[in-house]
Design a protein around this ligand. Structure first.
Ligand SMILES: Cc1cc2nc3c(=O)[nH]c(=O)nc-3n(C[C@H](O)[C@H](O)[C@H](O)COP(=O)(O)OP(=O)(O)OC[C@H]3O[C@@H](n4cnc5c(N)ncnc54)[C@H](O)[C@@H]3O)c2cc1C
Ligand code: FES
Length: 442
């Protein structure tokens, strides 16, 4: 068997090529070779032209993120049969990770890409069954049908690899949702309920996750989901109108179309909190990203210990979800306390910052998990107050905001210390980000 035949056999037997015509297999085999990488060597480095696509026949390859001054972070390990180097297929054809052989690794590599005339013929072949380019359809469909597990579909896991790029082409595309209702909660804050439309489907989300909401012709903003995770068919966002996009959204009427990408990011650890006391500390519109967690905990109330919700607003007029707060506070199994920074004479409640409420509700700091969301300065003081009461920082979770563009870990706009808020957050365990939190204006 000559080399081309040997490569052809390897390719033919690989599931990734199932369904390809003989002609295409031959073309690819003619472009490919057999290569090996000793343990510890790099198959390719990050941010370089993606010159090869590999099928790992034997061995293990780590996909790593290089962080100056630290050990590389392994984001995935690929093994026998896995494809490697999706960036080779997708513009701008740049690698997004370091790929390092963990043990002697043998693979087949397809080398020429656009420059090779034969390869171009594959794109144009009439029986490829694809009008937009064979590679594209291959990349976008194979992972969905070829893998039984969903790990290839999680952008966070593959945040910067070529695979994620392929998925991100989908993730970057807003899906149309119809505005069902816009209700004005406060003078500058409104809640928008969206329903899937034009063949789009509702999607499940976890408490604390966010969507990118796109107003056609205006712009796109990250907004947390504020609805009930048990009812994902009603996609709810509570938004403070601050600037051009959120201001224009406030003026939307029933029937308007909004583009939605998501859900993105990490979530409040409601499952992990089972058995513990839970204290929720929210400031201003920061109650919105926490509301799905409150829904989730109340839905399984018996599984938790004490449940305490502490909320602070600027004035009584700025109290968000007022009726819901009253309803939750009316339950015998839930403690709710509200404070305002300043109040007119007819306010009979607490006056002062929300951190002044910490200790109300009688939770045991060492058996409690705290979820904190609000302006950064409020988070800072809330965490400090919890720590002073003896709460370990690995039991405190906070939600952070940074400017975002892609929301899938590509563009770096949301970088915060060693983290991307869109990918590693927005919900962080505090002890993991305590260092970045010490640096003001980061
Ligand atoms: C993960 C995540 C979740 C978010 N969830 C929500 C949410 O549930 N509800 C909500 O109302 N907002 C939320 N935000 C903030 C929201 O994305 C911004 O308010 C929005 O992008 C502003 O866009 P704009 O074009 O309307 O205003 P811009 O024109 O971008 O800004 C107008 C003015 O507001 C200021 N500004 C912008 N963002 C903020 C901010 N976050 N805090 C204070 N001032 C700001 C700007 O500096 C500028 O002065 C979230 C942000 C992130 C990153
Ligand atoms: S928004 Fe692009 S990396 Fe986070």
């Amino acid at each position: 068997m000559n080399l081309v035949d040997a490569v052809g056999k390897v390719l033919h037997e690989h599931r990734i090529f199932s369904g390809l015509s003989e002609q295409h297999e031959e073309l690819i085999a003619a472009c490919a070779s057999l290569v090996t990488f000793p343990a510890g060597t790099y198959v390719y480095r990050e941010d370089r032209p993606a010159e090869n696509f590999y099928l790992i026949r034997q061995g293990r390859v780590a996909l790593e993120v290089f962080i100056p001054g630290r050990a590389p972070i392994i984001v995935d390990t690929l093994r026998d049969g896995d494809p490697l180097g999706w960036s080779w297929l997708i513009p701008p054809y740049m690698t997004h990770f370091d790929a390092r052989a963990l043990e002697l690794t043998a693979s087949s590599a397809s080398t020429p890409r656009v420059s090779d005339a034969r390869w171009k013929r594959i794109h144009r072949a009439p029986d490829s069954g694809c009008t937009s380019g064979w590679c594209r359809s291959w990349v976008s469909h194979w992972p969905l049908r070829g893998r039984q597990d969903d790990r290839y579909l999680r952008p966070a896991r593959h945040a910067r690899c070529g695979m994620a790029l392929a998925l991100a082409q989908d993730l970057m595309q807003p899906r149309p949702f119809l505005v069902e209702r816009v209700t004005q909660d406060l003078s500058d804050t409104f809640t928008m309920v969206l329903r899937p439309q034009y063949g789009t489907e509702a999607f499940p989300f976890a408490p604390g996750q966010f969507n990118m909401l796109y107003l056609f012709g205006v712009g796109e903003v990250p907004i947390s989901i504020s609805g009930d995770p048990e009812h994902p068919e009603r996609l709810v966002h509570t938004i403070r109108a601050l600037g051009s996009v959120t201001g224009a959204m406030q003026r939307l009427k029933k029937g308007a179309v909004v583009g939605v990408r998501g859900p993105f990011g990490t979530s409040w650890p409601v499952e992990q909190a089972v058995g513990a006391d839970v204290v929720i500390i929210a400031g201003g519109v920061g109650l919105a990203p926490l509301r799905p967690a409150i829904h989730a905990i109340l839905a399984k109330r018996g599984q938790y210990g004490r449940f305490v919700v502490l909320y602070g607003a600027r004035t009584p007029k700025d109290i968000l979800f007022r009726q819901q707060l009253q309803r939750w506070g009316g339950r015998l199994d839930t403690f709710v306390d509200v404070t305002v920074d300043r109040a007119p004479g007819n306010w009979h409640g607490n006056v002062g910052v929300v951190t002044g409420l910490i200790g109300h509700g009688g939770f045991e700091p060492e058996h409690t998990i705290a979820f904190v969301c609000g302006p950064e300065v409020m988070i800072r003081y809330a965490v400090q107050a919890l720590a002073e009461r003896g709460m370990p920082l690995d039991r405190v979770w906070v939600s952070m905001e940074r400017n975002m563009k892609c929301a899938v870990g590509f563009c770096g706009h949301c970088q915060w210390g060693g983290n991307f808020v869109c990918r590693d957050g927005p919900v962080f365990r505090f002890d993991r980000i305590a260092d970045a939190f010490q640096v003001r204006e980061l």
